[in-house]
Design a protein around this ligand. Structure first.
Ligand SMILES: Cc1cc2nc3c(=O)[nH]c(=O)nc-3n(C[C@H](O)[C@H](O)[C@H](O)COP(=O)(O)O)c2cc1C
Length: 184
């Protein structure tokens, strides 16, 4: 069984992130051998990162940061669900990632789901750089959603052509996590 964290990358009260992330969890859970779990960074109420030590030197001391770091380490693989904010990822998601020790992502398969009015492309591209810095391995394909065509009456309603995209990505994520298990 591969345990996959599906990280909700927005903390706004009326975010669409939770609907999209739940859709990812449901589709990922249907993949054989996968146990997917929603990880909501908003639930951790993380303060702005202001630790004495960088996480590559020592685990975070802040209680919320330590809990998030520990939770992320417990998974075999990760999928980030991220909107594009100002041509990048939300500051809240970057702040959460800043709390992670390298082993939270190193040698794990990582899937990326981006969304925005411009398909979340730049959020995904920035996450590729960030994840690679941790030694995580971004699986292809990624999933790109449009708020122009995948939302109806204010609710997430993915177009039919997205059918199968999340399972394909999750299978690729799991294959990488399995192949890299000996390095974790
Ligand atoms: C601070 C901020 C910056 C944004 N920047 C972009 C952007 O650069 N490109 C884009 O297509 N949409 C942008 N948007 C629109 C978001 O993609 C859209 O509001 C989306 O619903 C945000 O995800 P969330 O509802 O899960 O927070 C931005 C929204 C916010 C709040």
């Amino acid at each position: 069984m591969t345990r996959v964290a599906v990280v909700v990358g927005s903390v706004r009260p009326n975010r669409i992130a939770t609907s999209i992330a739940q859709w990812v969890v449901d589709q990922a859970s249907a993949v054989e051998g996968v146990e997917a779990e929603l990880v909501d960074i908003a639930a951790y109420d993380l303060p702005l990162f202001a630790e004495e030590l960088p996480p590559m030197v020592g685990a975070p001391a802040n209680e919320a940061g330590a809990a998030f770091n520990q939770a992320m380490q417990s998974f075999d693989a990760v999928v980030f669900v991220a909107p594009e904010y100002n041509y990048s990822i939300p500051g809240a998601l970057k702040n959460a990632i800043d709390y992670l020790e390298p082993r939270a992502l190193a040698n794990k398969g990582v899937g990326l789901v981006g969304y925005s009015y411009s398909n979340g492309i730049r959020a995904v591209e920035h996450l590729k750089q960030i994840v690679t810095g941790f030694g995580g391995v971004v699986a292809s394909p990624q999933v790109y959603l449009s708020l122009n065509t995948d939302v109806a009456d204010g609710a997430f309603a993915p177009a039919a052509y997205h059918d199968g995209e999340v399972p394909a990505m999750v299978q690729a994520v799991v294959a990488r996590s399995e192949a890299l298990a000996c390095l974790r």
